[in-house]
Design a binder for this molecule. Structure first.
Ligand SMILES: C[S@@+](CC[C@H](N)C(=O)[O-])C[C@H]1O[C@@H](n2cnc3c(N)ncnc32)[C@H](O)[C@@H]1O
Length: 225
């Protein structure tokens, strides 16, 4: 029997033991396509998203001291990272879009704020353990599988702020990434949940008058509490 040469690498991959399977990170070609798509979003003359800081994050910050290191995950063009920096956090923002990052850096410079930017895939980034005083995940539902990692990366006594879509939102992020009823409460059941809402609200990212939005502010317990 003659073996089609094109099948050789496929068969070799199938023969690999399970331990050698590729890690569940985003594949480079997906990332590149994503980067280009998001670059186009940020390059548009008329932004199709809200460029003002996220209202929930703003409200959370009004009840948090704002000291230490903050990480804004998938920060986009920096609307929320700049808010964190303005509130007193030593802020890092990560995103795959070089255009988003460069707009964020320009805005920080103009405002006289210090902002550390990292071009990285959030699924491959090293968050460390107990490194951050606050992590914000604003309109990045695909982060759901890495929430346990993010929990471990927040210092005891530190905070996580999440806002994203629920399943009644039509379109937007993949359906399986939308936050199911009480899902975030389950994930953060061992933290102090300071605020949780699940309902139809004006959507902060795309500006729809109402969409299914879920938000959470939670604090990691300190050892003694
Ligand atoms: C809906 S936008 C939200 C941006 C920002 N959080 C905000 O609220 O303005 C989603 C962002 O995720 C970024 N992104 C998508 N996939 C990513 C990945 N794998 N790693 C890092 N950033 C990613 C995009 O470039 C985009 O800036």
């Amino acid at each position: 029997m003659r073996l089609d040469r094109a099948l050789v690498p496929v068969l070799a991959w199938l023969a690999l033991p399970a331990a050698a399977a590729p890690p569940p990170t985003t594949q480079p070609e997906d990332l590149d396509a994503k980067r280009q798509r998001w670059n186009r979003v940020y390059q548009a003359d008329e932004p199709e998203f809200n460029t003002a800081p996220n209202a929930f994050l703003k409200r959370c910050l009004s009840r948090i001291e704002g000291r230490g290191r903050a990480l804004d995950l998938a920060m986009g063009q920096g609307r929320n990272a700049l808010l964190l920096a303005r509130h007193g956090y030593e802020t890092t923002g990560i995103d795959i879009s070089n255009e988003g990052l460069s707009q964020a850096r320009a805005a920080a410079e103009k405002a006289g704020l210090s902002l550390h930017t990292v071009q990285a895939d959030v699924f491959a980034f090293d968050y460390g353990r107990e490194r951050w005083d606050l992590i914000s995940v604003i309109y990045f539902n695909p982060a759901k599988p890495i929430l346990p990692t993010l929990k471990g990366a927040v210092k005891p006594g530190g905070y996580i702020v999440i806002e994203g879509f629920g399943p009644r939102k039509v379109g937007g992020p993949p359906d399986d990434s939308k936050f199911r009823r009480n899902e975030l409460l389950e994930v953060f059941s061992d933290w102090h949940v300071l605020e949780y809402q699940d309902g139809d609200f004006p959507a902060d990212w795309g500006g729809e008058p109402t969409a299914h939005v879920v938000w959470l502010l939670a604090r990691r317990p300190t050892a003694e509490r």
